[in-house]
Design a protein around this ligand. Structure first.
Ligand code: NAD
Length: 360
């Protein structure tokens, strides 16, 4: 297959981890005889430094003409004093908007070999393997009005939780499709005992459930879901939820794995390129030191191969190579205690590429 991919390294450890991803893509190309055309674009602080804007038009155009986009991370102390609309993070929000991606997929998988790095007991964690599907473009984060106002003599504030039925449907349908391809269980998280938006959400879930008779549906209130995620995480297969609840629950679930350096993500729209990125930030404290764990980015490459290029065998091979690397005892510093030996970002990238070459 021929594919056009855009890589946006960004700031901090972004360029270090995307360099490993480029190496991995070159290995996939060679091992499976594909042709990937890679372009690189500026985003975030790196783009602000050169072009004075966090998302230059050239970058967005490059992305829009690609089959998929891989991003490192944006942000850092250098740009923290800039006004809100010129912060590096704005580049990422504008990119998501420009690509029309509305669903954020976060697989949360606990690796038995790494369970010592998690704050939970290994017995609770064993077998945890879920995907959180979060709505990305609606709800409280985007609704208007959003303002402070005077009410009588008092200062008041309002945020608006707004969704259209269509926005709910497309996200929920994607959640069902994912559950159908996995273990067939969908947990829809809402706050239907209080919120009207959640009651409508629940109705939409129940209606779409008829299209997927083989998927078992469960409704769970968000407060209960927050508790169940740490009490019994292995009960979950696919969780589907709106923007705010998804934001909070996906970060809570991320702590299960022990290191933020292990977690990939994908943001998908109805058409057009998907956006793939590790969930961690630019980690300025370790940038440029060859200390970053590149596995979240390499697992994001696996998601890119699966969701945007439909290369399932290649995606599985990448995931298997990451697993073999971990099983063979290789660790970056974030995955070890002070006693254990560890390897650097580049070496970890090399190990994964080596296992991929050897195992296929
Ligand atoms: P962070 O994720 O960058 O770092 C949190 C901690 O985790 C740090 O101690 C860091 O060293 C460690 N860490 C993160 N990724 C790692 C990896 N791959 N390997 C090893 N250790 C890793 O979060 P933060 O410190 O809150 O934010 C730093 C900057 O990143 C800020 O400017 C923030 O706005 C930005 N940020 C960007 C994104 C993004 O680009 N999607 C996401 C979150 C934060």
């Amino acid at each position: 297959m021929r594919a056009t991919l855009t890589v946006l390294p960004g700031d901090g450890i972004g360029p270090e981890v995307t360099a490993q991803a480029e190496k991995l893509l070159a290995t996939v190309e060679k091992v499976f005889s594909h042709e990937f055309h890679l372009s690189t674009g500026l985003i975030g602080g790196a783009a602000l430094d050169v072009l004075g804007t966090p998302l230059p038009d050239e970058t967005l155009n490059l992305c829009l003409h690609s089959d998929a986009v891989l991003l490192g991370a944006v942000g850092g102390p250098k740009w923290e004093e800039l006004p809100g609309n010129r912060r590096p993070e704005v580049g990422l929000l504008e990119l998501r908007k420009g690509l029309g991606v509305f669903a954020n997929l976060r697989p949360i998988r606990v690796w038995t070999e790494l369970s010592a790095a998690s704050p939970l007991k290994p017995g609770v964690l064993a077998g945890t393997d879920m995907v959180i599907v979060r709505e990305l473009t609606g709800g409280l984060y985007f609704g208007v009005p959003r303002e402070r106002r005077r009410e009588g003599g008092e200062l008041a504030v309002v945020d608006t939780l707004h969704y259209t039925e269509r926005e709910m449907e497309r996200l929920i349908r994607l959640g069902f499709a994912m559950a159908q391809d996995r273990r067939g269980k969908l947990t829809s998280v809402d706050k239907a005992n209080v919120l009207e938006s959640s009651r409508m959400w629940r109705e939409v879930v129940q209606r779409i459930a008829h299209e997927f008779p083989e998927v078992q549906v469960q409704h769970m209130l968000v407060d209960s879901a927050a508790m169940q995620l740490v009490l019994n995480p292995r009960q979950f297969d696919v969780i589907v939820t709106e923007n705010l609840f998804g934001d909070i629950l996906s970060d809570e679930a991320a702590t299960l794995t022990g290191s933020i350096g292990m977690l990939p993500s994908a943001s998908l729209g109805e058409k057009g390129p998907g956006l793939y990125e590790p969930i961690h930030g630019s980690a300025p404290d370790i940038a440029g030191l060859n200390l970053a764990n590149p596995l979240a980015t390499l697992l994001s490459v696996a998601m890119l191969l699966r969701h945007s290029l439909k290369l399932n065998r290649e995606a599985e091979a990448v995931e298997q190579a990451v697993m073999s690397t971990i099983r063979s005892g290789y660790r970056t510093r974030d995955l070890t205690d002070s006693e254990q030996p560890w390897i650097g970002t580049q070496e970890m990238g090399d190990k994964v590429c080596r296992f991929l070459r050897e195992e296929v």
